[in-house]
Design a protein around this ligand. Sequence first.
Ligand code: BV8
Length: 261
Amino acid sequence: MNQKTIELDELAAKLANQLISNTEKSISFLTGAGISASAGIPTFRGKDGLWKNYDVTKFATPEGFRENPELVWEWYAWRQEKIAAAAPTPSHKAISKFEEELSRILNKDVYVITQNVDGLHQRAGSSKVIELHGSIWRIKCTKCSHKASIDKPIDKSSLKCPKCKSWLRPDVVWFGEALDEKVLSKAYEISAQSCIMFVVGTSGIVFPAAYLPIIARSSGALVVDINPEKSGISDIADYFIMSEADKAVPQLLKAILAKIG
Ligand code: BV8
């Protein structure tokens, strides 16, 4: 895909036109760890990525948890602390504002399909959030059906199920685990009925999430990849904006709203 370089204002005009001429279709955002980077939450890959210091097989697989649940809980509790101390970024907030305005002006839905487990989109006010990989703010029993939401970092003295005393685990999707079927089919459905998919802050190498922009594009959506470096999505995108999220997302969404307002 050879993308011409395009001025932000010209791109905003094209995207505004795509929105207006696709009355029945919605907008979607596929986000990854990069959208939360400026909130101080480390990404997984890239120069300061988590996987540089943490062995993914030990910390993000069911086998790793079975082998050393305390160690994995140490890591998740540390991440919960960092996320609890973080605030939604300008990009999270711009997406929430975009949803509000598009609903008011064009009665159009804006969906956020996120690979992140940090809950920052919801804290920014987005109301249609699909959490592909679960949430660090939910725990579930490894044996029985017990599940619970938590609103602060886990108390490491209560890591056993209150019902059956088995180990509790974070309610997230680890490598080698299937995504929740309902969540995944909803994500496929939204991707197929989007007229624009903004892809923000993902390396685009984790599947099945990385299929979604391909589904969107094959259903007629314009795909816009926003990332300071080339991602696994950039080459299939219609437009690639080489930029950090906060230096492109608020400006682009504001320019689109100005064109349709
Ligand atoms: C599954 C846990 C099947 C939650 C995570 C093909 C099809 C299906 C599966 C596979 C397949 N090929 C391989 C697989 C297996 C595997 C996979 O995809 N492996 C990859 C590595 C090749 N997939 C799976 O195992 C999935 N399960 O398919 O199961 C199955 C079916 C039936 C029965 C059994 C099994 C499960 C995948 C989910 C794994 N869980 N995390 C948690 O603790 O967080 S994945 C982990 O990576 C995170 O969830 C993260 O969200 C996700 C993706 O990473 P990114 O979000 O993209 O983050 P990353 O650091 O990589 O990139 C950050 C980007 O931001 C960079 O591009 C950087 O440039 C950019 N950036 C940096 N700063 C900024 C910025 N961008 C903007 N602004 C900035 N300021």
